[in-house]
Design a protein around this ligand. Structure first.
Ligand code: GRG
Length: 306
C-alpha cells in the first residue's frame, strides 16, 4: 500500500444507525408539529409540503445539526427546530430540482415527485412554502431565547442557500452541461450546491451553543470535506447503479455534466473520497469523544451503499 493510500478503518456503524434513526424520528415529529394536516380551503398546499418533507430521505443534515448541537449541550428541543428548518429548505430544493424545467425527474425518494403527485404549479408553491417557512421557524423564540442567535442562524442559512450558496451551485450545475470543466470548477460547483447546506448544518450547532469562532471554523472545515466526500460517493454510487442497470443510467438531467468520477475516473475518485473523509475527521481533533458520532458519519458517508 503506498503512503498516500487512506487507511482501511473498520468502524462499527450500529451506534451511528441508532443515532440516525433517533434523530430522524425526532425530526419527523417536529415537522408534523410545525406542519399539521389541514382540511378544506388551503389544504392542498400544506398536503404537498407534507408530502415532500415527510417522505423518507437519509435526514443527514438534521442529524448533523442535532449532533453538533449536542457537543455544546444545546437543548434538543432548540436543535430539532433548526434541524426541521434546514430539512424543509433541503426538501424545497429537491422539489424544485425535480421540476420539468430543471432535472425533470418523476421519482424522489422512491415515490412520485411532488409535481407528478400534485401538479407543476402546486410543486412550485410547495417549494416556495417550504423555503419561506424554514426562515419563519428560525425567527421563533423556541429556536433560541437569544434574538442575536436567531439572527445569526438566519444570516448563515440565507448565505448557504442563496445565490452565493446552493442556488448559485444549481445555476453552475445547469451551465456545466456539455462543458469540459476542470476538477477545480466542479469542486466549486459541488461545494456550493451541496456543501454549503452541510456546512450550515454543522455550524448551526456551534451557533446555538455560542461556541467561539475557532470551534465554529473546525466544524466548518469538517463539513466542507464531508460534503465533498458525500458528493464524490454519490457520483460513484450513480455510476455503479448505471453499470448494474442500464435503464437507470445516471440521474435524469445529469447526462453530459462533468462529475468527479468523469474527470478523475473510478479509482482516483474513490481514493479522493476516502482522503476527504480522513481529513474531515482530523478537523475534529479539537473535540473529545463528544464528536465521535461525527467521526463515524464521515466514514459512513464514503462506505454507504445507497
Ligand atoms: C433547485 C435551488 C435548487 C437547488 C437544487 C440539492 C439540489 C440543488 C439538487 C438535488 C439533486 C441532487 C441529486 C444532487 C446531488 C447530491 C444531493 C444534494 C442529493 C440529495 O441529498 P441527499 O442524498 O437526499 O441527502 P435525501 O433524500 O437523503 O435527503
Amino acid at each position: 500500500m503506498s503512503n498516500n493510500m487512506p487507511q482501511l478503518k473498520l468502524v462499527n456503524f450500529s451506534r451511528l444507525h441508532k443515532a440516525l434513526a433517533d434523530s430522524a424520528q425526532a425530526l419527523n415529529e417536529e415537522i408534523n408539529r410545525l406542519l399539521p394536516s389541514q382540511e378544506g380551503i388551503g389544504a392542498r398546499l400544506i398536503e404537498s409540503m407534507r408530502y415532500s418533507s415527510l417522505n423518507g430521505g437519509k435526514r443527514l443534515r438534521p442529524f448533523l445539526v442535532m449532533t453538533a448541537a449536542d457537543i455544546f449541550s444545546v437543548s434538543p428541543s432548540c436543535a430539532v427546530n433548526v434541524a426541521a428548518a434546514l430539512e424543509l429548505l433541503h426538501c424545497y430544493s429537491l422539489v424544485h430540482d425535480d421540476l420539468p424545467s430543471m432535472d425533470n425527474s418523476d421519482l424522489r425518494r422512491g415515490k412520485p415527485s411532488c409535481h407528478v403527485e400534485f401538479d407543476e404549479a402546486t410543486a412550485i408553491l410547495a417549494g416556495d412554502g417550504l423555503l419561506t417557512y424554514a426562515f419563519e421557524i428560525l425567527t421563533h423564540p423556541r429556536t433560541h431565547s437569544d434574538p442575536a442567535v436567531r439572527v445569526e442562524l438566519i444570516r448563515r442559512l440565507s448565505q448557504a442557500a442563496g445565490p452565493y450558496g446552493m442556488v448559485g451551485g444549481q445555476m453552475l450545475d445547469i451551465e456545466s452541461e456539455n462543458k469540459e470543466w476542470s476538477i477545480g470548477a466542479v469542486t466549486r460547483l459541488q461545494r456550493l450546491k451541496t456543501g454549503e447546506l452541510f456546512a450550515f448544518a454543522c455550524e448551526a450547532g456551534a451557533i446555538l451553543g455560542k461556541a467561539p469562532q475557532p470551534i465554529r471554523n473546525a466544524l466548518l472545515a469538517y463539513a466542507h470535506d464531508l460534503g465533498l466526500a458525500f458528493q464524490i460517493t454519490d457520483d460513484l454510487l450513480d455510476v455503479e447503479a448505471s453499470t448494474n442497470d442500464k435503464k437507470h443510467a445516471r440521474r435524469l438531467g445529469d447526462e453530459g455534466k462533468p462529475t468527479f468520477v468523469s474527470i478523475l475516473g473510478l479509482e482516483k475518485a474513490r481514493l479522493q473520497a476516502n482522503i476527504l473523509a480522513d481529513q474531515a475527521i482530523s478537523h475534529l481533533d479539537v473535540f473529545d469523544s463528544s464528536a465521535d458520532l461525527l467521526r463515524d458519519l464521515a466514514r459512513f458517508i464514503v462506505e454507504r451503499e445507497s
